[in-house]
Design a protein around this ligand. Structure first.
Ligand code: HAM
Length: 432
């Protein structure tokens, strides 16, 4: 019998879940600072939602099957198509621009490797109904502020920024023809992962001339806004194609985020629906995979819901982010602890322990006691093992005096306290 978790699927033991909770809480806090509202959609969707627009790469990784009603369905591999459909369905009633975020679990049958699993959680933040570059800057700033909120700075994380309109103008200017553009995009996208000769061969096989293939590599080698603008100045429609990119870069600089930004045209993005700005966040040393990716997809809502609305957003995964946080020592210390551990000296004291434990829990304390009869010494060892701050010991002599004993487990002594003041006294002590 196969009982192990499937490859690429995680089990979250409490310490792992504590980190996940920290990540989700930080994601929510920062998204809400930008006025974003949380939504969710179904984890299982019609297959067609992805085959229509997501692109071959993601479709090849789908967990899809025929359900018992004969429907072709897929576990969601990404959130953007669901979002586009949901917004398009109620577009008239929603105030624009729409600022929505979600933290879905996503499923992709990927080849497992460092930073890539078969399920992951992804913060999705999308801005819908805003065509201008300030919207692009807003979304990129949000992604950067999320990583900043984890304690990461420009020496840890960079955003590599491009614009498909810029790439389009420069590739045409280099002699690539419209029908050859998808192959040229793919070559630019793969330039860091594939050998140059093999890429050139692919381009030539697609009909790109040797000279234009050289031009494609020259475009991919451009770094920084100045170099990109100088190249744009030499091609038809170049300056107009670059106007948005400049405004995005300027707005990010005005927000004090310039140190994070690298203009880099090799960021193309695998998903087929992007139309303008595209970007990815990486660790500065570039030893890990992308932490986050996103861009503008102005045509997707129309394609999926018949409503023409410009849109852009990003997805930030928890897997690479958690690796980077671990690497940089930014995982919060294990804070699992309880406030009070109650111990009974004799069996006759047990009902009194149960009563006080219940009062404490009702008052919001984290309280525990031993579930089986044990010597007091053993019970106090258990209190230590549970990281309790205080122990309350109840014995026959204390009860005769109408008291309980409160012990500070950080070694700061113990004192008898009237039973009817125990809750009040513990509240003061826990607060201090
Ligand atoms: P994506 O680039 O496919 O974009 O994924 C975004 C991020 O999710 C990646 O940078 C990575 O951190 C994480 N991720 C993706 N696949 C995996 C995996 N198999 N294992 C671990 N982490 C993974 C999208 O999904 C777009 N829908 C994002 C978007 C939202 N664009 C506009 N709005």
């Amino acid at each position: 019998m196969q009982t192990k978790a499937l490859p690429g699927f995680r089990e979250f033991y409490p310490a792992d879940l504590a980190l996940r909770t920290h990540i989700f809480r930080t994601w929510r806090t920062v998204a809400m600072r930008y006025g974003f509202e949380e939504y969710d959609g179904p984890p299982l969707e019609p297959l067609e939602l992805y085959t229509a627009k997501s692109g071959d790469e993601i479709v090849g990784q789908l967990y899809n099957f025929t359900d018992k009603g004969g429907r072709e369905v897929a576990l969601r591999p990404e959130m953007t198509p669901t979002l586009a459909r949901m917004v398009a369905a109620r577009a008239n009633g929603l105030k624009k621009p729409i600022r929505w975020f979600s933290i879905p679990q996503l499923f992709r049958y990927e080849r497992q490797q460092r930073g890539r699993l078969r399920e992951h959680f992804q913060l999705n933040c999308d801005l819908i109904g805003e065509p201008g570059p300030l919207g692009d800057a807003e979304i990129i700033a949000l992604a950067l502020d999320v990583v900043r909120a984890f304690g990461l700075g420009p020496s840890d994380v960079r955003v590599r920024l491009s614009d498909r309109r810029v790439l389009h103008a420069l590739l045409l200017g280099a002699g690539v023809t419209e029908p050859q553009l998808p192959d040229a995009y793919e070559a630019v996208d793969k330039i860091e992962r594939m050998e140059r000769g093999a890429l050139a061969q692919r381009l030539i096989a697609a009909g790109v001339s040797t000279e234009a293939a050289e031009g494609v590599f020259a475009v991919a080698a451009l770094r920084g806004l100045a170099a990109v603008e100088a190249a744009l100045a030499k091609v038809p429609g170049g300056p107009a194609a670059g106007a948005s990119l400049r405004r995005v870069v300027d707005a990010l600089a005005a927000m004090g985020l310039a140190d994070f930004v690298e203009v880099d045209l090799t960021i193309v993005r695998g998903l087929a629906y992007y139309t303008g700005t595209v970007f990815e966040l990486f660790d500065a040393g570039r030893t890990l995979r992308a932490i986050c990716g996103g861009g503008r997809y102005d045509d997707l809502l129309e394609a999926l819901g018949g409503v023409a609305l410009p849109a852009l957003g990003f997805g930030m995964g928890d897997v690479v982010l958690a690796e980077l946080l671990r690497e940089r020592g930014l995982v919060p210390a294990d804070t699992s602890s309880i406030d009070v551990f109650l111990a009974a000296i004799t069996e006759a004291d047990l009902p009194h322990v149960l009563a006080l434990a219940h009062e404490l829990r009702d008052a919001g304390f984290r309280a525990e006691y031993a579930l089986g009869a044990q010597a007091v010494g053993k019970q106090l060892k258990l209190a230590d093992a549970r990281n309790a701050r205080f122990a309350v010991v109840i014995g026959p002599d204390d009860r005769a005096r109408g008291e309980v004993v409160i012990k500070d487990l950080a070694g700061k002594g113990q004192a008898g306290v009237p039973r009817d003041r125990a809750l009040e006294r513990l509240s003061e002590m826990v607060r201090n």
